[in-house]
Design a protein around this ligand. Sequence first.
Ligand code: EPU
Length: 417
Amino acid sequence: MSVIQVTGGVPLRGEVRVTGAKNSVLKLMAAAILAPGRTTITRVPEILDVTIMSELLRRLGCTVEHDIEAETVTIDVPVEIEHRADYDLVRQMRASICVLGPLVTRMGAADVAMPGGDAIGSRGLDFHVQGLRKLGATVESDHGYIVAQAPNGLHGASVYLDFPSVGATETVLMAAVLAKGVTVIDNAAREPEIVDICEMLIKMGANISGVGTSTLEITGVESLSPVTHATVPDRIVAGTWAVAAVMTQGDVFIRDAVGAHMDLPLSKLSDAGADIEIAFDGIRVSMDRRPTAVDVVTLPYPGFPTDLQPQFIAMNAIADGVAMVTENLFEARFRFVQELARLGASVRTDGHHALIKGVEKLSSAPVEATDIRAGAGLVLAGLVADGTTMVHGVDHIDRGYCHFVPQLQSLGAIISR
Ligand code: EPU
């Protein structure tokens, strides 16, 4: 079991580069199933979730090559593929659910293990299931699997999502591209990663309008062709570097970060006192004082991303003042606060609100990452804590951050694994 050991007190200085977004690349890989032949995805991050997704596609019958140096994944998709995503993979990565839509539309059937804790109709998968049913699939649960069938293909339909769910938008979108007729998704998610998938699907020959808005109109086509597509840069990883620069009072150029995808987090950092320069090839973030506390409310894009919430709580923990952070997507994310408290943070939670009173200094302690972003938040806290903090649960960080420790070392941090 790896542990990250980080000694606080060094301002981060220098340059880091962000690669493609985890939350896009996994879906781009799933979209490859829609077209027989060779799809190449570039700007692929070297993260554990890509390895799991590669294995999932291999079990469906695809040949998958991940060239780590070149940051590419090539996926050779045969005409006939399997349609089962096994529990041992899905339990490691919830995002495996993203093969559901592509499989049912291309093969007329999909058996996808349910991620732990979910049942059909439960919060977490209900919008996916309702959407596919609207398109004409039968969807049932059987021995822990979602079994979707559409032997005669899917048809277009009007799908209104109760909530702009990223995953449900993707499931319906990827199913609708090969359905007969027109599908309209209302209250669709608008995340840059959704735009990225739409752009790849359009290159493949899909007919989609309204890209980047909350109404997507998809006219189904007979077939799609394989393409080469570059993954959108990871705005959450970029945001994590930005917060790290601010917390350590450093100066970091985040190469390939896209400022337009990070309006709200960057404006919050600017409210905290940071100097932000947005260039065509990245973002420079510098800070020369203790940050000022900033309130944050997580919401679907273009609202503040839940995936940066723990990092902002970590920043507020050492800020001047009191901040209220409201989590509207995943309440369980506040479990992270108990770990942060071990470092001396003053945080009280009530339902989906957290009240953080900034302290002058955190102090090192052993802590445990409970998910990817909590892991990042704890490492950031360790960067400014007195002494040496040990962060356990590093495998969570590996799921979403590539070369996290070496990149921090290159910025001057005293950190090892
Ligand atoms: N929801 C339902 N029913 C559904 C689907 C979602 O009630 O059928 C609820 C969820 O319970 C949640 C909310 O809707 O409260 C939002 O869920 P959404 O479907 O938008 O999230 P997701 O697709 O499961 C993706 C990212 C998450 C990110 C969220 C929100 C991937 C693989 N995951 O999850 O990323 O937090 O969108 O932006 O794309 C992470 O990277 O650390 C991460 C958790």
